[in-house]
Design a protein around this ligand. Structure first.
Ligand code: SAM
Length: 290
């Protein structure tokens, strides 16, 4: 879903973000979320945070930053995060990854676990936005894997730092944009159409659990354990090198030995971590914890 967080503010109505406040604000955001606004993204921060000025009744960015510092309530941090994250996503976004998951990765993991007497497989979509990615995994499992492996229990968890997108994900109601790459068969079988909306079936909705989680919250990350597959797709691009390394090492700890890590099509672990072994599939790479 393209989750448009922009209010109707004309560019001429947006107050100017002074350089000094830009530096303070981006440091504040970086330290809490890992998201780094480079100099050429100043305009983006300016336009996205401007609506928070209106909400708090601050007339300048300086006033807003002061309010943030003086604890305009910890709730303001949540609003700020919701305003600045980019939540672009859609069903079957990176199809070759899901094909690899279905045909190679999950059958391999299930077989290993069967030998060890375990019949549970855990999958985590770690920047799930409005839910399309974990629901795609749910659709594939329901349609292709569960019939082959009826005794296996699949846990699918979707997390995101943005509380608004988690609410949208839990509702499971989508527009054309989200379903544009969804195979017809899945659309007909697992969605109900109501006016302009596509509502995901209850069985798929119930198959995914959503929670708010910041990838930089060390304590919360320590609780994310025993996963067999982790997707952190199209989120590393918003981080600088240190933040990326930090997240990759947390994901490593969250994975079981032999588990797989997927990043976005334009992202790579090359130069970030040698702890994973890249495994090549047809038009997709996954990183295996050895
Ligand atoms: C572009 S979306 C990617 C959605 C999906 N993974 C996909 O590939 O289609 C990036 C998501 O990362 C989330 N995000 C950004 N920083 C985060 C953080 N520190 N912890 C958790 N989620 C974060 C954003 O809120 C956003 O929903």
């Amino acid at each position: 879903m393209s989750y448009d967080l922009q209010p109707n503010i004309l560019p001429s109505q947006i107050p100017k973000l002074p350089d000094e406040v830009f530096q303070q604000l981006r440091k504040f955001i970086y330290e809490r979320t890992g998201i780094f606004f480079a100099d050429n993204k100043k305009y983006l921060l300016e336009s996205r945070v401007s609506r928070r000025l209106t909400a708090l009744g601050a007339s300048t960015f300086s006033d807003y930053y002061g309010a943030l510092m003086n604890g305009a309530g910890s709730s303001e941090l949540c609003h700020l995060i919701n305003a600045i994250t980019i939540n672009e996503t859609f069903f079957f976004r990176n199809e070759p990854q899901f094909a690899a998951l279905e045909t190679s990765i999950l059958p391999e993991i299930i077989e290993q676990k069967r030998k060890a007497g375990i019949n549970k497989v855990r999958i985590w979509s770690a920047a799930s936005s409005t839910g399309e990615e974990p629901y795609t995994i749910g659709l594939i499992i329901k349609e292709k894997l569960q019939p082959r492996f009826p005794s296996v229990k699949f846990d699918i968890i979707g997390t995101d730092i943005n509380t608004q997108v988690i609410e949208v994900a839990r509702r499971g109601v989508y527009r054309d944009y989200s379903i544009r790459s969804t195979p017809k068969h899945f659309l007909e079988k697992y969605f109900t159409r109501e006016a302009d909306s596509f509502i995901i079936s209850e069985e798929i909705r119930n198959a995914v659990e959503f929670r708010q989680l910041n990838l930089f919250d060390r304590d919360a990350m320590k609780l994310m354990k025993d996963f067999d597959v982790v997707f952190a797709a199209n989120v590393l691009i918003y981080f600088d090198f240190n933040s990326k390394q930090n997240v990759v090492s947390s994901v490593y700890n969250s994975l079981n030995k032999g588990g797989y890590f997927f990043v976005g099509y334009s992202e790579t672990l090359y130069g970030l971590s040698q702890a994973f072994k890249p495994v090549h599939f047809d038009k997709a790479i996954a990183y295996r914890k050895e």
